[in-house]
Design a protein around this ligand. Structure first.
Ligand SMILES: Cc1cc2nc3c(=O)[nH]c(=O)nc-3n(C[C@H](O)[C@H](O)[C@H](O)COP(=O)(O)OP(=O)(O)OC[C@H]3O[C@@H](n4cnc5c(N)ncnc54)[C@H](O)[C@@H]3O)c2cc1C
Length: 516
């Protein structure tokens, strides 16, 4: 048990595998002899999933940490800026109605009761538009920074839209060239147990036995190590979040200079919702739906109708079909094996939380890498506790979008509101939020998945009616009004100063951003 941890093997070369390799190798300076060694094996026969085009702002920090250039990232990954999500048709099915979940916090968020004053004086205008400036930028397709803003710095908080396939290739090159990650293009075809039940080695087709102290399972939905070798079950969340299928398609722009949307669009459908993402060279569109509520042909017709209405060309490739079992593994780290990415679980990509969970898992692994096998027991316990909590917060937050919808035309939407399908903790919070807005008291962990502001954007964006508006802090309406004015002023000033998304991306391709 005192054996020190010197070798890490990651199985899988999708986004999860390469992000994990990069974060661990960068933290441990694996390019230097004698330091922790990171080996990544990926099968030439099993392709990475190749979807996952929306990230959180946390990705900026991740990319900076592993030492890539943001300019090169934009150039090589067909990346664009993402400033949040616009939800259309979610409230009652009217596609003309939208609300925003922006990445910027409300102005003066912790200093005034913005909700009470918004309800009293401004409720005819969308909450996000009154309390924050980012909707104004997104309305007209603006970038979140100026050409002279350095790499990774922001005027308005942002994440990315990207081409998942290109992102994997980009990270792989960086890991091999700069971070000292050893790469094996080989198929793992067996897991060999040690006497104590740990994984001793992996059998591979071309490279014989692969030994390590810690094995990271990034094998995607197959979950070959944690799921199949150890038999750690997937906790199903199908009764809470019904979606288990997707149809994804790449859609060309009508013209080279078509504006690039500044946020993900999420458009409610009869039995699910459609994501619509703008990259510099194309849109990425997909319908996420529940196979218990519609068949694939029905979903395909809905997707095609959406594409036609949104100006897509008549001739398109066939959409790609994807399936998933909504759920996660409650034990994510077992013995000397930890799962990161789809191997640990997957729930519909409504708030693009999958890559964020990968970043958090890999960062914790990198920073808390146990020194010895004995320490691994403690670190694994903490890791499991932290991620069990995070998975359940993701589930609560996604479910919130469905619970608040008043859409009545389909069984899918009605069943989403049945109390038996709503997690207890979310039900409790909804009760509390009738009398007080979501606040930091509801989310007390250091690294929460979603801050209370995100809950406010969704609750009030979707028209949640409190029993009575909390009057606490509302004796100072002038303070809240001052923050509303600040949001409006910032929006107006930024709208004059910021380039369009496309203009800034073209600048990055041609000239580049200043490195910090
Ligand atoms: C429809 C859909 C939409 C999504 N949208 C988003 C989004 O907007 N934002 C977001 O954050 N996430 C999104 N995701 C999730 C995102 O795609 C994944 O979290 C991310 O791509 C990580 O995948 P992965 O690396 O875990 O698995 P994969 O990409 O499946 O990679 C698995 C790897 O394991 C390797 N492998 C498998 N078997 C073996 C073997 N025997 N030997 C060696 N290697 C092996 C394969 O070669 C491959 O390299 C979406 C997912 C789906 C299904």
């Amino acid at each position: 048990m005192e054996q020190s941890i010197k070798q890490v093997v990651i199985v899988g070369g999708g986004s999860a595998g390469w992000l994990t390799a990069a974060l661990i190798a960068a933290e441990h300076r694996s390019d230097r002899p004698g330091n922790l060694q990171v080996t990544l094996i990926e099968s030439p026969d099993v392709p990475a999933i190749g979807v996952g085009e929306g990230t959180w702002p946390s990705m900026r920090d991740t990319l900076r940490r592993v030492g890539v250039s943001e300019t090169e990232f934009f150039r090589q990954c067909d990346a664009s800026f993402k400033q949040g999500t616009r939800f259309r048709g979610w409230v009652d099915g009217d596609i003309g109605h939208h609300y925003d979940h922006p990445f910027v916090l409300p102005e003066g968020y912790t200093e005034a009761n913005l909700v009470a004053q918004w309800r009293r004086q401004h409720a005819q205008r969308p909450f996000a538009e009154v309390v924050c400036f980012q909707s104004t930028l997104c309305d007209v397709g603006l970038a979140p920074k100026q050409p002279q803003t350095p790499e990774f710095a922001a005027v308005a908080n942002y994440g990315y839209h990207l081409d998942a396939g290109k992102f994997g290739v980009f990270l792989r090159q960086h890991c091999i060239d700069k971070l000292g990650v050893r790469h094996l293009l080989d198929h793992m075809d067996g897991v060999n147990a040690a006497d104590n039940g740990d994984i001793a080695s992996l059998s591979t087709r071309l490279n014989g036995l692969l030994e390590a102290d810690l094995f990271i399972d990034c094998t995607g939905m197959a979950s070959l190590l944690l799921g199949q070798h150890y038999g750690i079950p997937l906790r199903s969340e199908r009764e809470v979040l019904f979606n288990d299928s997707a149809l994804a398609i790449q859609v060309p722009y009508p013209r080279d200079d078509t504006p690039i949307a500044s946020q993900t669009h999420s458009v409610a459908q009869k039995n699910g919702w459609i994501w619509d993402i703008g990259l510099p060279t194309r849109r990425g569109v997909g319908y996420v739906y529940s196979s218990a509520h519609t068949d694939d042909e029905g979903a395909r017709s809905e997707l095609l109708a959406y594409l036609r209405a949104s100006g897509a060309p008549e001739e398109l490739a066939e959409p790609r079909q994807l399936r998933f079992a909504p759920g996660y593994r409650e034990t994510l780290w077992h013995r000397n094996c930890v799962a990161v990415g789809l191997s640990s679980g997957f729930i519909e990509p409504l708030e693009a939380s999958a890559l964020a969970l990968v970043e958090m898992s890999a960062t914790m692994l990198a920073e808390q890498m146990p020194a010895t096998r004995a320490d691994m027991v403690l670190v694994a316990e903490r890791f499991n506790r932290a991620f069990r909590y995070r998975w359940s917060r993701v589930i609560d937050f996604l479910k919130l979008h469905y619970v608040l919808s008043t859409r009545d035309d389909q069984r899918y939407w009605r069943e989403h509101r049945e109390p038996g399908s709503i997690p207890d903790r979310l039900l409790e919070q909804l009760r509390l939020w009738r009398y007080q807005p979501p606040s930091r008291y509801d989310f007390s962990q250091i690294e929460e998945m979603f801050p209370s502001a995100s809950y406010q954007y969704v609750l009030y964006g979707m028209g949640f009616e409190p029993a009575h508006a909390s009057e606490r802090g509302s004796d100072r309406p002038a303070v809240a009004e001052q923050f509303f004015r600040q949001a409006a002023d910032l929006g107006a000033r930024m709208a004059r100063a910021l380039p369009s998304n496309r203009t800034l991306i073209e600048h990055i391709h041609e000239v580049g951003l200043t490195r910090i």
